[in-house]
Design a protein around this ligand. Sequence first.
Ligand SMILES: [Zn+2]
Length: 452
Amino acid sequence: MIEIQTLKYGKLIVFLLLCFCAGVWGRGPEDLEENPAVQRFRTYLRIRTVQPEPDYLSAINFLLGQAKEIGLSTRTFEFVPKKPILLTTWKGSSKEKLQSVILNSHMDVVPVEEEKWKYPPFDAEMDEDGNIFARGSQDMKVVGIMYLEAIRILKSKGWVPVRDVHVLWVPDEEVGGDDGWGKFSVSKEFEELNASIVLDEGSISSSGDKYIAINGEKNMWWLVITAKGETGHGSIYFENSAAENMFKSIASINAFRDSQMALVRAGEKSSEEVVSVNSVFLKSGLPTSDGFTMNIQPSVVEAGFDVRIPPSKEMAALMKKRVVEEWAPKNRNMSFYFTSQSETRDGEVPLTTADDSNPWWFLLRTAVSKFNATLTPRITGGATDSSFVRMHGVDAFGITAIQNVPSLLHNHNEYMNGYEFLKGINVVVEIIDRFGSFSGSRQSYQIQRSSM
Ligand SMILES: [Zn+2]
């Protein structure tokens, strides 16, 4: 009898010890653990919206629940099967037909190499510093949840926007956005929203005294150059062989690349202001079962480059000239084509005006200044859904209102600090408050300014 009881107590102690260890391991600060905003953020992070097979259904169900709880109306669209878009709306109070505000976020995240992660990438584990580890914790689930949490706070204060504020949840940004914003941007549903400004993902600021607003993207060229020449025995010197011509081009491209990197290294230009050219493939040779034929010179050599050009017509024209005359000149039997290029309007990649002549910039700048921070415009080398928005003549700023966290977009061990997340919510509250209180238009604001 006694023996059995001891055994029971022994088991109980082991059980309690296990509970204690499980609770302590990976456990964040108690105030964060118990914070409902942090809990909701972590729940969203645990939904596996990872490419190439994102679980959009679970994400939409979670977000529909959130919208219902907060009191936002909802609509879902499916322009492509299994690629849902969710629109949640806070109706504005104005009787006038004011243009709306769209707060955009993509639901999908990029794939992970699970074994390289400190914690499982879809567990949203929190460490003792309050860092929450999960794919999407920076790009960009944090931004989406900050919108909702900010709206919760504003609603609890009884505040109502004058214009409609939409929170939009889209699929497939990480695979180019064609089935998400690509389809949405040309739909009547988007047109009906009559948007004046879209906020989207941006860059995390490494310092506590500034925020970054992305107002444009570099002009992207995926360039393939081809060299053709005589084929024949590997021992013969041909004039203008394909490989020889390609190497001349690569030498020219490398020299240009070095000149651009030197400008950045010397601090004369930022990386946003220079052209980036990076080699992505080199293709040639006659394959055999275990390698390449070694005594035949190939008649064709192909090379691919990812080229990103600061968004001005002049820069694009200069680069085109360079490609035609130096990188793929006809007189060396060379040609080129693009597998993909940024869309342009009148030859330019559209930008959003990032100065006080644009009321949305003014409102964004003054919102962050309340937190003793400046707002820095930035052209990004990457591509986001904002490019679809700007192509339709609508303003778009990319802002991730987070500071003091290292940027780990698409990296292993991506994490978000819980305290910075909570701080960011307050910034988003201020932004929505100012955007939603502004009853003018871009035109009326400009007239008012010019008469001052
Ligand atoms: Zn993103």
